[in-house]
Design a protein around this ligand. Structure first.
Ligand code: 4AD
Ligand code: MG
Length: 461
């Protein structure tokens, strides 16, 4: 007799199999002489029904400890369930309560809790249906991400978390230091020579610049790691710490970049729809009606592709009153992104060729002198899910842009070297992993698709 997972037990043919299983009690229901435990071990959404004959059960004191939240190990016999809700059930021979969970203090009782409340108990929320399902889908999605790139000959490169350069040039970085801030605050300027790295250092906002180094040697690479942004955006789609997938490809232009991004999203969605069907049906039923159908449609339909200028014209001619201005040169706000994906194109849209002023320094400049070869992938419900571009591979133009923006040229000497020695057209993009999980699960708030969210004034757990 060995301990099995609920997911596997539920698939067995009930033939009087003797087995044991462990997990947490979700609920207990008492009938006349019988108690029913709903046992969950996180291996799948569904619980295993455990049947206990109270008359015969010893010790009787253990019966009282079998309450919501308690951890137990059960041994028994698997049989066909006469009740209509499940195919099989386990008739207990023995139940050992390993860790009780007193009903008067255990916060997760049978009722439905709000996501806001569950955020305050992030140490217990994975024991709910929703957060268990999010964790499993997140796991399945990361596996699919790796499979997509591995099947296509991309090399996984581990780019650094601590960096001295601002990859996006947006200045939204968390500083990393061993200097004593208390002492510093009593006067004087920081002496960075005395700091750990001998100069200011930060948590990375993107692995891209380092990925470019490896792409300019191995041709196809990707990173998948945590990134950090000290943006003061308290929205349902921003985190201070989020995971990003960043492929980078040499000998690849913006069209090849768009093709990769589109097949990448479709691949991951298709893998989840087929491999995580039980959890997806839950999201479809409880979180976002119509979810499965809409994702399947995304898999089956080519993405719309338009330039920023065309997108602006669509917005302007819509006659819709937007809160933010729709003028050539201004950035697309999330209301514009929603309008384009939900009203105009009714599906994902790839927007290219943005004004250079609203994009990062490294993007390839178009011959019009005004736009760059950027590409953002926008999706319904969420807006931007991918940001990327072809990179400027021309040394002179890149140097000029760095100077124009007042960036410290010395800090980028190695980045410029890639253009000095054997430069190639290359391109890449970044997919926000949590935004992808939001999109796939239909969860409204990004804080609910990462195990431990870090946001402004919040880094508990
Ligand atoms: O558009 P972004 O800023 O692009 C880059 O960082 C490039 N270096 C990527 C590249 O070309 N290799 O960010 C990429 C994506 C966004 O589209 C969004 O999905 C996500 O990262 N993202 C965030 N997700 C959660 N919280 C935040 N604060 C995010 N900022 C960006
Ligand atoms: Mg972006």
């Amino acid at each position: 007799m060995n301990t099995q997972r609920v997911k596997d037990i539920l698939r067995l043919e009930p033939q009087g199999n003797v087995l044991s299983v462990s997990g947490w009690i979700r609920t207990k229901r008492d009938a006349k002489n019988i108690s029913f435990l709903e046992l969950n071990d996180g291996s799948c959404l569904q619980n295993l029904q455990v049947v206990i004959d109270r008359e015969a059960f010893e010790p009787k004191s253990a019966l009282d400890l079998m309450q919501t939240g308690a951890s137990v190990e059960v041994s028994g016999t698997l049989s066909a369930s006469p009740g209509g809700n499940q195919r099989v059930e386990l008739t207990a021979r023995s139940v050992q309560v390993i860790g009780p969970a007193p009903a008067d203090t255990y916060p997760l009782q049978k009722k439905r809790h709000t996501f806001e409340f569950l955020r305050e108990i992030a140490h217990l929320r994975p024991r709910t249906n929703t957060f268990g399902a999010v964790a499993r889908v997140r796991n399945a999605a990361s596996f699919a991400v790796h499979r997509f790139f591995q099947e296509r000959g991309f090399v996984y490169v581990h780019t650094p978390v601590i960096t001295a350069s601002d990859a996006e040039g947006a200045g939204e970085m968390f500083q990393v230091t061993t200097l004593d801030l208390d002492r510093l605050s009593k006067g004087g300027k920081p002496d960075y020579e005395q700091d750990f790295f001998g100069k200011p250092a930060y948590l990375t906002v993107s692995g891209q610049l380092n990925a470019e180094i490896y792409a300019c040697a191995l041709e196809r690479v990707y990173t998948f790691g945590p990134t950090f942004r000290a943006e003061n955006s308290n929205t349902t789609r921003h985190l201070a710490e989020f995971w990003m997938i960043e492929p980078e490809m040499a000998f690849c232009d913006i069209n090849c970049n768009m093709d990769t991004a589109e097949s990448f999203i479709k691949y991951v969605l298709a893998e989840i729809l087929s491999g995580s069907s039980e959890d997806m049906e839950f999201f479809n039923l409880r979180i976002q009606p119509g979810l499965i159908e809409s994702l399947q449609q995304v898999v089956d339909t080519p993405f719309a592709r338009v330039t920023y200028t065309e997108a602006m014209k669509e917005l302007q001619s819509s006659g819709f009153q937007f809160e933010f201005p729709v003028e050539w040169g201004s950035d697309l706000q999330s209301e514009h992104e929603k309008f384009l994906t939900e009203q105009v194109y009714k599906g994902p849209v790839i927007v290219t060729d943005y004004p250079k002023e609203i994009k990062a320094f490294y993007m390839k400049q178009n011959d019009d002198g005004k736009t760059v070869r950027a590409m953002d992938v926008l999706v319904p419900r969420l807006g931007e899910i991918i940001g990327g571009s072809q990179r400027e591979e021309d040394l002179t133009r890149l140097e000029a842009r760095i100077r124009e923006l007042g960036l410290r040229e010395e800090a980028y000497w190695w980045y410029l070297d890639l253009r000095r020695f054997g430069t190639v057209p290359h391109a890449g993009f970044g997919l926000g992993f949590e935004r992808l999980i939001q999109y796939v699960t239909g969860m409204q708030n990004i804080r609910d698709v990462i195990p431990f969210p870090r946001t402004v004034k919040s880094a508990d757990f």
